[in-house]
Every structure is written in C-alpha cells, then in structure tokens.
Design a protein around this ligand. Structure first.
Ligand code: FAD
Length: 401
C-alpha cells in the first residue's frame, strides 16, 4: 500500500508531490495518478489555446518550492527584460513559467511518480482508501484529490441548431480536439468567429484569432470589467480570510467566493489591446445575451442579441467559440459525489466538500483546488491556492493520517 496517492497531476498535484518529497516522503511511497502523459499537460494545452503571453498571477506563484525560485531561475538579466515579466506585480511570461516548471519537474524527478489513468471510484479499505481506475485499483493510506477545474460550462440551448446548420460551436476548455481544429483553421479569412464570454480567456483568445487573421466579434453579457487579478490580493491572507473563516455556514462562504471572483474580469493591458483593436475596426465588441439563432445557408448563422453594438442586434457568424468558463458543479462528477454519499462525507449545498482547516475531508482523505474552495477561499483554484493547500497538507506529512 502506498503512503500517498495524489489524484490529478496538474499544477496542484505536481506541486504537492514536490512538497511531500521535500518533507521526506520516500519515492516508492508516493504516486500521482493522471490521464495525461506529462505533468501540467492539461494546463499547457489550455493556456496554449488562449494565446496568452503572460500569466495573470505574480511571479511568486509557480510550482517550485521557494516563492522566489522563479525569479532566481530567470536570473538578473532576464529579471530586467520586458519579455519575461509584465507590470508592477512582475507577472511572468507563459514561456518563462513553463521553462521554470519543466526545469523543476526534471530536477525533482516527480514525473517518475506518475501513473497514467483516471480515477473512477473511491472506497474506504482497512488502513486507507482504494481508488478505482480503468486498469484496476490503487491502495493508499492517504489520498489527495487534486482534480483541477470542473467540466466546461454547459452549452447554450441554441448550439445544436447552429451545428445542424453547419456552423461549428466549440468550448475553449473542452477536452475534445475539435476546438484545436477550429483555432488552427478558422473558417476563412473574411469569416467571422463569435467568441462568447466576458473574462480574460475570452479576451485573450479573441486577440489570438485576430492576430491569426480572423474577423472576430466578442459577445459578453457586460462591458469590459477591469481587475488586475481573479480576486483581490486580500484573499491571500487574513485581511479577508479572517472574516471568511469566521463564517461557519458553507452557503455564506460560497456567496463570499462568488462575490470575490466576480466572474468575467480582465487586466488593464488585455482590455487596452481589445479597445485598440476595436478602434481600428478589427474587432467588434458586443454587449448582450444571445436569445436566439438562425441559419442562413450551410456554414453561416445569425446570433440574435438582447442588445447590440452600434444599434445592431444581429451578428453574422461562421463559427462560435464558447469561452464561458466552468460548470458550477465540483470536479469529479459523477463518481465523486457517489463515493461521498457512500462514505458519508460532508458536502455543502453547492456540492463541494466541507474539509477541516488541514484540508482533510475525512481521516487520510485530502482535497485541493476547486474541491478545497470552502476552506481555502476564492484563490483555491489558482496557483496561489496550490501553494497554500500543499503547505497545509505537507505540514501533516509525517503525522498519522
Ligand atoms: C487558460 C487558463 C489560464 C490560467 N491562468 C492562471 C494564472 O495566470 N494564474 C493563476 O493563479 N491561475 C491561473 N489559472 C487557474 C489555475 O491556476 C489553473 O487552472 C491550474 O491549471 C489549476 O491547477 P490544477 O492542478 O488544479 O488543475 P489542472 O492543471 O487542470 O490539473 C488537474 C489534473 O487532474 C486530472 N484529473 C482530473 N480528474 C481526474 C481523475 N478522475 N483521475 C485522475 N486525474 C484526474 C486532470 O486530467 C489534470 O491533469 C488559469 C486557468 C486557465 C484555464
């Protein structure tokens, strides 16, 4: 039986594996279960799709152990280069972040801890847990669920009608490769791609499509909301977390998280690039909600909006890219809620686990990322959340489960 099984080897799971190894957990005693070939593959795929150049978070948030490790890795010369950092928070370029992550993964050897597969069930056994995968069960004294984001937000009801009319509709964060085909060869130079969403990923992918020669219409429920980070920096420490932890009711905590993440904001420089492109007439920014669609001829559709830009309530499109974020249900649906039910684990009305402050959902069973949100707060899904969660889980690494 393993001492530790981390389910999910993205940013969170990989960082935790480094923290546990550093805390003295033997190589043979820990494994990371993940369906992708390499650590961080899902992150690399999704960030690559957006076309983003810089992370939204500052350079102290990365997968290495010491917060200043990325700056050290970049070295003095790079520290001054505009190509590697953006703005006063020294947000690293994606290129630098990835190079640092690759270096630390190779240096610590954590890629060797990976077992390829997907968890499909969780059972309590004598002295620990068994995780079921398509290849059989894996037993461990302690299991950490680090599954990343939930499924992409559900498609709007009109998607099918457009698809039936030959207009591709894809979600930016879907696992299928259809979205990559759409991004790599959008339907013709003079064709319009509608990007739906009001957050940073919608804005970034709209700018990517524009750079690559498409005509783009960005449709958002609201105007551009400028905010440096996903949530205010006060959520990283006691300024806001003291009040958050004072509230015991999970419903109230969920409300605080929703208010803090205030869905759909973008940093100033991305908004500036959008505005400049709109002034040059290269992109159309529409505020409104799609209330219906029509298909004109094969491969051409019309989106009808509640409000329009420059008086227009109709947008003609040849493809639609949904950049509408994530489903509200927690990740791991449907196997995890089933297991939680069977094991009598506490869940909130929103379906998320209610772990203790050490992120234990039950003795020997830990959560990170979206699953730890009701304890870590609004930054839980971010890279900062990985560092907070790994520190708490790692603290008890030497103790009994
Ligand atoms: C485009 C984009 C940009 C972002 N930019 C930033 C940023 O700049 N700063 C920031 O702080 N945050 C950012 N985030 C948010 C967050 O940091 C990332 O989503 C990050 O990847 C979260 O890490 P994770 O390990 O929780 O999830 P992931 O990196 O998605 O890893 C989760 C892993 O778990 C695996 N998994 C899921 N279910 C199972 C299962 N049943 N069995 C086995 N394995 C499973 C998945 O396949 C995946 O490999 C961004 C997110 C996106 C999508």
């Amino acid at each position: 039986m393993l001492d530790w099984l981390i389910v999910g080897g993205g940013i969170h799971g990989t960082h935790l594996s480094m923290v546990l190894r550093e805390a003295g957990v033997r190589e043979a005693a820990i494994r990371v279960l993940d369906p992708w070939e390499e650590p961080l593959d899902r992150w690399t795929t999704l960030t690559g799709r957006t076309g983003m150049s810089f992370l939204r978070s500052p350079g102290v948030h990365h997968i290495g152990l010491d917060p200043y490790d990325l700056f050290r890795f970049a070295g003095r010369r790079r520290a001054r280069a505009r190509r590697y950092y953006h703005g006063r928070y020294r947000r690293p370029s994606l290129e630098l972040f990835q190079a640092h992550a690759r270096d630390r993964i190779s240096e610590t050897g954590v890629a060797d801890l990976r077992v390829r597969g997907q968890a499909q069930g969780l059972d309590r056994i004598r002295g620990g847990y068994r995780i079921d995968t398509e290849q059989g069960g894996i037993e461990a004294r302690r299991v950490v669920l680090s599954l990343g984001a939930p499924a992409p937000a559900p498609e709007p009801p009109w998607s099918r009608q457009l698809r039936d009319g030959g207009v591709p509709v894809r979600h930016l964060f879907e696992l299928e490769a259809g979205v990559d085909r759409l991004l790599q060869s959008p339907p013709g130079r003079d064709a319009s791609v509608a990007v739906l969403g009001g957050g940073i990923s919608a804005a970034q992918v709209a700018l990517r499509l524009l750079r690559e020669g498409s005509r783009v219409v960005l449709v958002s429920r609201h105007g551009l909301r400028i905010q440096a980070f996903d949530s205010a920096p006060g959520w990283l420490g006691p300024k806001y977390l003291r009040e958050f932890h004072r509230r015991r009711c999970p419903r109230e905590r969920r409300e605080q998280i929703q208010a803090a993440r205030s869905g759909g904001s973008i940093p100033e420089e991305v908004a500036g690039a959008l505005r400049a492109a709109a002034v040059r007439g290269e992109i159309t920014l529409c505020t409104g909600v799609v209330v219906g669609v029509d298909c004109l001829q094969p491969g051409r559709g019309i989106l009808h909006l509640t409000q329009g830009h420059h008086g227009s309530h109709r947008v003609e499109v040849q493809a639609v890219l949904l950049a509408t974020g994530w489903d509200n249900a927690p990740p791991g649906t449907p196997w995890l809620p089933r297991a939680a039910d069977a094991l009598g684990l506490r869940t909130a009305p929103c379906g998320h686990p209610i772990p203790d402050p050490g992120l234990r959902w039950a003795s020997g069973l830990y959560v990170m990322g979206a699953l730890a949100e009701l304890e870590v707060g609004p930054v839980s899904r971010n890279i900062a959340g990985a560092r907070i969660a790994a520190a708490r889980i790692g603290e008890g690494a030497a103790d009994s489960p």
